[in-house]
Design a protein around this ligand. Sequence first.
Ligand SMILES: C[S@@+](CC[C@H](N)C(=O)[O-])C[C@H]1O[C@@H](n2cnc3c(N)ncnc32)[C@H](O)[C@@H]1O
Length: 224
Amino acid sequence: MTQRARDTAVPFEALAERYDAWYDEPAGRTLFDLEVAALRPLLHEIGHPRLEVGIGTGRFAVALDVEFGVDAAFSPLTYADRRGRRVVFGSGEQLPFVAHAFRAVVLVATLCFVEDPRAIVRAARRVLRPGGRLIIAIVPRTSTWGQRYQTMGQAGNPFYRDAHFYTVDELAGLLAEEGLTIVDRRSTLFQPPSDEPYVEVAQDGAMEDAGFVAVAAVAPSTDS
Ligand SMILES: C[S@@+](CC[C@H](N)C(=O)[O-])C[C@H]1O[C@@H](n2cnc3c(N)ncnc32)[C@H](O)[C@@H]1O
């Protein structure tokens, strides 16, 4: 694993328990449900095997029926392992899998933490089967939620201190530059940030003002 990947994973290594426990709080549970509801249709009729890069403690992988995961922090992987995921300690930039292994590669709230997003997308494309889907969910930088997390980072929050948030346009540009075409988009979290989020219905499309946007992209079927 590269030193850079190890460095970006440091807070998740040290604070896995705190990170995971947040999803059992009322606010965490509501946000999790909203985000899963936005993501699920992007995996509808997509087969297996599936891989999550930055699987963390594995909650999204379980909800989205993603059986494999890789993470640059070791301790969250022990949670994902206990949740029945097949996990590998490694970096998304250098995925330890053969080419064309997966029908789907998923990144949920991970791109903002990696040092080299281009290398992550390139590596994901390599392990995708022709026609397979790369699904990336982000908190758009200009959304009220993105602004909140950046403010928390500036105030020293260990998770967001070194995060770099992207706009939907920047994500689309990155995928296009790596030869991937976006075929589907979903957005949720149009409400402003609060400690008491409420249930919303996710929408089709990628809206910069949404607090959570997921896109699905495919590589040309000529990849070999
Ligand atoms: C915000 S967490 C998301 C975890 C999980 N996807 C979720 O939503 O609960 C980001 C995860 O990405 C991992 N990570 C950061 N940089 C990475 C890299 N270069 N390669 C693989 N994983 C990385 C971190 O260790 C962390 O577990």
